[in-house]
Design a protein around this ligand. Structure first.
Ligand SMILES: [Ca+2]
Ligand SMILES: [Ca+2]
Length: 355
């Protein structure tokens, strides 16, 4: 999560939680094409054993020419997604793509510099039934990585707006935003809002984290993009292991739509050194974390499964179907809309199996 300061913004990682409860909607993949889900975050480790098969692949770039924007979408060599960080762009002179030579040859440009996006990605869609690692919650998705968070946990929220537009332009139907910032400059506010409106106009739902400060977003604080509260957004709080509101989760009767499990969530991370400060890396390639960042992709997965199952239903109706699946939870009364959570919704499948 991004916290308040201007310029490059310090992030606070917000991961977490385990499984067993909310699961897929049982679309069973069938012959329907996969739903493209964008993870706007710190990147995705597209080499990961449990993710590589479900990465979105831009064929024109995979089969194209290095350092050429083969499909003319504004990002060079974006095989698995794009890195829209403005600082990177200014150094290279173009937006580099994940999977392209910049990422394959430059050891400083890791597919995911902090592991946060990779963890989020695994919760949504880690390859199911392959006998390794974990099973993601979504049945049939392709994950698009859109990077805007720096390896040092800082980010520009204006880049998040660019990231959302890239995701929409390249076919994502759902965008996971497990990040936020408590204050944004007016110009950045409008850039973000315009990007969310752009997504809305293209029938794209955005699932956002409520944040991890334990604050009431109605009364004392804002958290963007969640606080934009648009019709194509779903804002997610985190539940603890007992089904109550996780102690650090933000909430808000008007601001927060739904809650999902957010503690002891096992998911994918880049294989790396445990000693790396504040990085979600682990030699095993898996790690348990907590927070609204991991509650959010659970809801994203549910949106993906419903989108798969009802391909001709509009995004507002899909959103309503998600909210209607929430069950009344007395522990959340007065805290989030309708006091409901999806903690106990199980339709089919199992998510987040420990490796
Ligand atoms: Ca391109
Ligand atoms: Ca290319």
């Amino acid at each position: 999560m991004i916290n308040p300061c201007s310029g490059p913004l310090r992030l606070t990682i917000v991961l977490g939680a385990f499984i067993g409860v909310m699961v897929g909607v049982g679309a069973n993949a069938s012959d329907a094409p996969p739903v493209i889900v964008a993870v706007v975050d710190s990147g995705i480790d597209y080499h990961h054993e449990d993710l590589k098969a479900i990465m979105w692949v831009n064929i024109a770039e995979r089969d194209g020419i290095d350092y050429v924007d083969d499909d003319g979408n504004g990002c060079v060599d974006d095989i698995y997604g794009c890195d829209v960080r403005s600082l990177v762009r200014s150094n290279l002179g173009y937006y580099p793509g994940l999977g392209g030579p910049d990422y394959e040859k430059d050891r400083y440009m890791r597919p995911d510099g902090i592991g946060h996006g990779t963890h989020v990605a695994g919760v949504i869609g880690a390859q199911r039934g392959n006998g390794i690692g974990i099973d993601g919650l979504a049945d049939n998705v392709r994950l698009m990585a859109v990077t805007f968070i720096n390896p040092g946990n800082s980010a520009y929220m204006a880049d998040a707006a660019v990231a959302i537009r890239y995701a929409v332009d390249n076919g994502a139907k759902i965008i996971n935003c497990s990040f936020g910032q408590r204050y944004v400059e007016p110009d950045v506010f409008y850039q973000l809002q315009d990007a969310v409106t752009y997504a809305d106009a293209h029938g794209v739902l955005i699932v956002t984290a409520a944040g991890n400060f334990g604050h009431d977003l109605d009364a004392t604080d804002s958290f963007f993009p969640a606080s934009l509260q648009r019709d194509n957004m779903i804002t997610v709080a985190a539940l603890d292991a007992e089904g109550g509101l996780w102690k650090h989760s933000n909430y808000g009767l008007r601001s927060v739509d739904i809650a999902a499990p957010g503690t002891h969530v096992n998911s994918t991370v880049p294989k790396g050194d445990l000693s790396l400060f504040r990085k979600l890396y682990d030699p095993s390639g898996y790690m348990i974390s907590e927070g609204t960042s991991v509650a959010t992709p659970r809801v994203t997965a549910l949106v993906a499964n419903l989108t798969q199952q009802y391909p001709n239903v509009g995004h507002y109706q899909i959103r309503q179907m998600v909210l209607d699946q929430a069950v009344s939870n007395p522990a959340l009364a007065g805290k989030i809309k309708r006091g409901a959570s999806i903690a106990h919704i199980v339709v089919s499948g199992i998510g987040g199996v420990t490796p």
